[in-house]
Design a protein around this ligand. Structure first.
Ligand code: ADP
Ligand code: ADP
Length: 243
């Protein structure tokens, strides 16, 4: 039974131009229909520029899609009011390629993790306690919640990014190239952690990567994107078997 259903998702970017004239139009995502079964990992693979990131952003509504629908456990996210969306948004969270870019350098790591729950009304003391527990869960020293993002290695920062995403207890995690910025040895650790967390927390995962070896390691299902469209999809063994 699917936890996430994408139906004919579309996104077009218009850049430059004036009053709708001139400029450039990019059909970044052109009608993607895919589903993610509960507990599974769906890989989205494809070359740079094929629309993977845009699709990922549409799923968490960082980018509003301009067509189609995304349903989370039967709930069409586009049909929600802003207020309803604020209530449901925690159920689908994103992990970024370069967590440094998304971690405010002036905030302590623990605060960055506690931020989401605090916005949702969790008292500060309780949110900080939860941040420490999350640090342990992702393999970081709970005492390091007092440190700033630049005091962590790349792999550790990715763990902070994960803790931050997990803080709101999501059902679906959308990871956009979560290991691409890391050394190969560190990549393996983070991938193992992701697989472990998926099992332990019963997460369903959308995993964006340009790296087919990484996809083969972590995904059950895979969709290949090209020029904004899915050109092939299915169980990983079938899609990746030599033609
Ligand atoms: P990737 O290929 O790894 O997704 P890019 O370097 O293409 O990364 O894009 C980095 C960021 O710049 C993304 O947030 C993306 O949405 C944005 N971006 C990409 N292409 C354009 C563009 N033509 N105009 C404006 N922003 C863009
Ligand atoms: P991928 O993640 O597969 O590298 P993207 O979704 O980043 O692909 O980009 C798909 C297409 O959309 C590319 O042509 C890119 O330049 C363009 N694009 C991405 N983000 C933006 C943006 N914010 N503004 C304009 N064009 C963008």
């Amino acid at each position: 039974e699917p936890i996430l259903v994408m139906q004919d998702v579309r996104k077009t970017y218009r850049t430059g131009g004036f009053l709708g004239r001139g400029g450039r139009v990019t059909h970044a995502v052109r009608g993607v229909t895919l589903m993610l079964p509960k507990g599974a990992t769906l890989g989205i693979v494809g070359e740079s520029g094929s629309g993977k990131s845009t699709l990922a952003r549409c799923l968490v509504r960082l980018v509003p899609p301009d067509g189609g629908s995304v349903a989370l456990d039967g709930l069409d996210l586009a049909s929600l009011t802003r207020r309803q969306m604020r209530r449901e948004a925690h159920r689908i969270q994103m992990v970024f390629q370069d967590p440094y870019g998304s971690l405010n350098p002036r905030r302590r790591a623990g605060e960055l993790v506690a931020q989401g729950p605090m916005i949702h009304g969790t008292p500060r003391v309780e949110a900080m306690r939860r941040a420490k527990a999350l640090f342990e869960l992702v393999g970081l020293d709970p005492a390091s919640t007092e440190r700033f993002p630049h005091e962590f290695s790349g792999g550790q920062r990715q763990r902070i990014g994960l803790a931050r995403a997990l803080a709101l207890e999501p059902e679906v995690l959308v990871a956009d190239e979560p290991v691409s910025a890391l050394d190969v040895s560190v990549q393996a650790q983070v991938l193992r952690l992701l697989a472990e967390l998926r099992e332990r927390l019963g997460l369903s995962l959308v995993f964006i990567t340009h790296d087919l070896r990484v996809a083969a390691q972590v995904c059950d299902l895979v969709a290949v994107m090209k020029d904004g469209e899915v050109v092939e999809h299915g169980p990983i063994a079938r899609v990746f078997e030599a033609p």
